[in-house]
Design a protein around this ligand. Structure first.
Ligand code: NDP
Length: 420
């Protein structure tokens, strides 16, 4: 295959351009390590000065690379097993459609069976608590290596396989954004695999490890820990159950596979999304039954909005004549695709983000109100989704032009009804 150095004609830079692409890969990995240190410290204060820094000995454990690489290999093996159906992705620039195995939920179930067996055989899963920092260091290392590999390999990809955003010719920016849209080794799709498997399933395994650690320390799991574990397990199981929907998301359809997604999938998600569980190991919280009921209700409401709105759009995009969406009001666009202006997508322009944010709040509340750290996720996620909404808005305006403007007039609020 030819060496491909072609640049994208439309090279508008995102994430702060070259400066952002240089600083983020330094700043975010350090943030992961810092947050892990803070959450295990007695004060658990993110604003503490001087900041809590770990002794270098705490950053490394020879078991960590074995676990990280073993975990990636195990999940790759599950991905390759002939379980579940095979689905086609969206139409690519060359008119072809890639095939994807829809077996993420199967992988979660097989992992659950293996874990149960290992726990029964006496595996000390609570030891993950001690290993969090070295595991995060290794996951960050793997993210850099994989991103470098993807960047180098992308020069051998055909032009039509390149993503629109990561081909500016600036190596730092392109390394960060990702040059190739769907890098594969044979039929193994690296982006699709990383998107929902090792990081997401890893996150709930880490959570379970924190619960086991709590049982070791205090003989039983607290209600707060059980809630955090259950809510987040529901979220991960839902994502994997609806794995096919990921094929229509911005990450798969639009973004190249570079450091931004690799690091997000393999290091950021498992190690910062599990902060609440890790926090609870060192800072136990007591929760009243009334408080727990209120939090469960909030999570349930968020989940309902999140699931219903995502399913409505996916159903509409896959089959607009389906009875569940056929009666919804829509507007036509010049591309031939229509936009929903009633139902969930008539409430706000991103009802799925609204539901996701309500759940994020419900995951933090079991950790009480004395520390900021457990609220890191909800604060970060609000910023992420506001930024993501703005990116999506730009793409949609470019795609749909005037029709998008009239949708915005019909549905003026972006995420929070009557607020934003
Ligand atoms: P969305 O599922 O929100 O999809 C946005 C796309 O939907 C648009 O580009 C457009 O694509 C289509 N669309 C927008 N408005 C309409 C409309 N009115 N009618 C029909 N189609 C419309 O994108 P995301 O990938 O951002 O989010 C997917 C889910 O993942 C969300 O629930 C989000 O909360 C969650 N998420 C979670 C993260 C986490 O870390 N936990 C991170 C990021 C997302 P087109 O018209 O081309 O179909």
């Amino acid at each position: 295959m030819k060496f491909n150095k072609q640049k994208s004609p439309q090279a508008e830079k995102e994430f702060g351009g070259t400066l952002g692409a240089t600083c983020i890969p330094v700043f975010l990995p350090l943030t992961v390590l810092y947050l892990l240190c803070v959450c295990r410290s007695p004060a658990a204060s993110v604003l503490q000065w001087p900041p809590v820094l770990p002794p270098t000995a705490q950053l490394w454990d020879p078991l960590a690379p074995v676990l990280i690489l073993g975990w990636m290999a195990l999940q790759s093996f599950f991905y390759l097993l002939p379980m579940g159906k095979v689905s086609e992705g969206m139409v690519l620039k060359d008119g072809s459609r890639l095939k994807y195995p829809i077996n993420g939920f199967h992988a979660l179930c097989v992992t659950a069976v293996l874990l149960t067996l290992s726990l029964w055989l006496g595996m000390p899963l609570g030891y993950l608590f001690e290993l969090l920092l070295p595991l995060a260091v290794c996951a960050i290392g793997v993210s850099f290596l994989l991103s470098l590999y993807l960047y180098i390999c992308s020069f051998w990809a055909p032009h039509h396989a390149l993503a629109q955003g990561g081909n500016t010719g600036n190596p730092l920016y392109d390394f960060f954004m990702g040059r190739e849209l769907n890098p594969r080794i044979g039929s193994f799709d690296l982006k699709y695999f990383c998107e929902l498997r090792p990081g997401l399933i890893g996150w709930v395994v880490i959570n379970l490890g924190m619960l086991m650690k709590e049982v070791e320390l205090r003989d039983s799991a607290s209600l707060a820990m059980i809630l955090v574990n259950s809510f987040q397990l529901l979220y991960v199981a839902d994502a994997l159950w609806n794995e096919e929907a990921v094929l229509t998301t911005m990450d798969i359809v639009h973004d190249g596979f570079g450091f931004m997604l690799v690091f997000g999938d393999l290091a950021w998600v498992p190690f910062t999304y599990s902060l609440q569980a890790a926090f609870l190991v060192v800072h136990p919280q007591s929760l009243s039954l009334l408080g727990a009921t209120a939090i469960v209700t909030l999570n349930g409401a968020g989940y309902y909005i999140f699931r219903k709105s995502n399913s409505q759009k996916n159903q509409f995009r896959r089959d607009p004549t389906h009875p569940s969406v056929a009666n919804l009001e829509t507007i036509a666009t010049a591309t031939g695709k229509r936009l929903l202006v009633s139902g969930w997508w008539g409430l706000v322009r991103h009802p799925n983000y609204l539901g996701d944010l309500l759940m994020a709040l419900a995951w933090s509340l079991p950790c009480g109100f004395n520390h900021l750290l457990p609220y890191f996720y909800v604060v970060y996620f609000t910023i992420l989704l506001i930024h993501r909404e703005a990116r999506d808005e730009r793409h949609c305006r470019a795609k749909y032009g005037l029709a998008w403007d009239s949708y915005c007039r019909r549905v003026p609020y972006r995420i929070f009804p009557y607020i934003y």
